[in-house]
Design a binder for this molecule. Structure first.
Ligand code: PMP
Length: 288
């Protein structure tokens, strides 16, 4: 972190060790805030309107006003990105602000706005070539997982549970159906069809998930947004996770058992190629 040139905090661009937030910030005390992560490919913010509209949805769900217009956000991001090079990602978070500790919302409080850019860490090539391991875990989170809330204690516990079992991701299961990963969305492939859980209160509406669905539909790849039972996960030909920074990653072992033949499948190769094609068109200004 300390090697970042600057961060944005409440209107100022500062070296990270000079950026200070009050110990009474409600983000620190209550986890009362929301965030976004936006990948930047070839110097362009990938799917920016989608990220900003998800931010608006998260903010309105927690009854906070967006402190900036899209133009203002763009200005902040552009300045943060100028200090770096290559593919990067923007992290931004907005908390309700600083007030004496009380669960009730304080009146007339100014939100705390924090953002920084960092180099994008792509998945190592061997993870793409061989796939990664996942474990299943009970989805112990709350019932508003559609809000991109900074309160990620359950997600952190679940991700660590996966790592402790030698896996990369936890696939979360609620009432016998797959919701999503601890920090990703999940797709399965069965008999040439993609299936991903439908949007709703139990999953984050992933920007990468939506893009994969969009590309599949545009290219005539059958794709359903339907509940995925745990039995369907076990019987899948392929399983993938998606996220802005991990893109589309094959999961080839779940709970120690091989998915399909234990290797990344042909549908992953096809969709990942289409995704990279889309990304290339975006970098060249031919897609949003
Ligand atoms: N679900 C959760 C719980 C996540 O944390 C993330 C990414 N951080 C995702 C899904 C994937 O969302 P996106 O494709 O927008 O990165």
């Amino acid at each position: 972190m300390a090697n970042l040139a600057q961060v944005y905090l409440n209107g100022e661009f500062l070296p990270p060790d000079q950026a200070r937030v009050s110990v009474f910030d409600r983000g620190f005390i209550f986890g009362d805030g929301v965030y976004e992560v936006i990948p930047v490919f070839g110097g362009r913010l990938f799917r920016l309107p989608h990220h900003l509209s998800r931010l608006d949805a998260s903010l309105s769900a927690i009854r906070l006003r967006n402190p900036h217009t899209p133009q203002e956000w763009n200005g902040i991001f552009t300045r943060l990105l100028a200090a770096g090079s290559g593919d990067q990602s923007i992290y931004l978070q907005i908390t309700r602000g600083v007030a004496p500790r009380d669960h009730a919302f304080p009146p007339n409080i100014t939100p705390t706005v924090f953002a920084y850019a960092q180099p994008l860490k792509y998945s190592p090539p061997e993870q793409l070539a061989q796939g990664v391991a996942a474990v299943t875990a009970a989805d112990i989170r709350w019932q508003r997982c559609d809000i991109k809330a900074i309160a990620l204690l359950a997600n952190a516990l679940l991700r660590q549970q996966a790592i402790d079992q030698g896996a990369m991701e936890a696939i979360l299961v609620r009432d016998g159906v797959v919701t999503e990963g601890a920090a990703s969305n999940i797709f399965i492939v069965k008999n040439g069809r993609l299936v991903t859980p439908p949007k709703g209160p139990f999953i984050l509406p992933g920007i990468t998930r939506d893009l994969v669905v969009e590309i599949a539909r545009a290219k005539g790849v059958p794709c359903d947004e339907l509940p995925v039972k745990i039995e369907a996960l076990s019987a899948a030909d392929e399983v993938w996770l998606t996220s802005s920074t991990k893109e589309i990653l094959p999961i080839t072992r779940i709970d120690g058992r091989a998915v399909g033949n234990g290797k990344p499948g042909p549908m992953h190769a096809k969709m990942f190629a289409l995704y990279k094609e889309y990304k290339q068109a975006f970098i060249q200004g031919q897609a949003d």
